[in-house]
Design a protein around this ligand. Structure first.
Ligand code: FES
Ligand code: FES
Length: 230
């Protein structure tokens, strides 16, 4: 790669719906670093930095006309995506050239995603919370697939969805149940037979207060649900 290709550049993209410009961005920096350090959005985590754990999952969609455009936003491991992939002509038309990036802070403002996150919290699908942003973002990706008619949304499909997202705490059963409950519904016999019988760690009110942390960006109150870590 030439020295020119490695030079800092202008990174411009829609970040959680807002057009954002990052000047002098390092093209080789993983996008998750740019999100955390230049966009100051700290809910997306860095676990393995190797594309194995899914803690850094975000979604990206590209404008129509771009060869990367897909019917629904893609789930991306932001630890592997180079920031230089978002370099654009700063004078170009953002509507036709800028990618749209969503992190959990933005996704959670959508009612369906707030519901998915609440399902994870109420089913004891989060403990230390390190994996949870990635889990919610994988759900956000899948929501796009469902709405675009790209999946039949079977129990097996939802189980496959979490391939690539690791949790070191919960044993996965509560997370899988939360996802099935959200996407398929607990009235489905296959989901019902897996119903989690243990009492939820958090109440509805508590789950809502965790969601409020995302909506307001105020992480000052104690919470464990996808904490924003430095
Ligand atoms: S930090 Fe990106 S997949 Fe683990
Ligand atoms: S890694 Fe701790 S809740 Fe998943």
């Amino acid at each position: 790669m030439s020295a020119h290709a490695n030079a800092p550049g202008v990174c411009r993209f829609y970040f959680n719906g807002k057009l954002t410009t990052v000047q002098d961005a390092d093209p080789l920096a993983p996008l998750v670093n740019t999100i955390r350090e230049r966009c100051h959005a700290k809910a997306t985590k860095v676990g393995c930095s190797q594309g194995n754990c899914g803690a850094c999952t975000i979604t990206i969609s590209w404008p129509e006309g771009d060869p990367r455009h897909t019917a629904a936003p893609m789930a991306v491991n932001a630890c592997l995506f180079p920031t230089g992939g978002l370099f654009v002509d700063p004078h170009g038309d953002p509507a036709t050239q800028c990618a749209s990036i969503t992190t959990v802070e933005g996704a959670i403002k959508n009612k369906r995603m707030a519901s998915a996150a609440r399902s994870i919290a109420e089913c004891n699908g989060t403990q230390c919370g390190f994996c949870t942003a990635g889990m919610v973002m994988k759900a956000a990706y899948y929501e796009g697939e469902v709405q675009s008619g790209l999946t039949n949304c079977t129990v097996r499909d939802v189980e496959d969805l979490l391939e690539g997202n690791l949790c070191r705490c919960t044993g996965f059963r509560p997370i899988l149940y939360a996802m099935k409950k959200h996407f398929i519904g607990e009235q489905d016999p296959k989901v019902a037979e897996e119903m989690i019988s243990t009492p939820a760690l958090v109440t509805q009110g508590d789950a809502n207060s965790y969601l409020k942390c995302y909506a307001t960006g105020d992480y000052s109150s104690p919470n464990f649900f996808v904490p924003a870590t430095e």
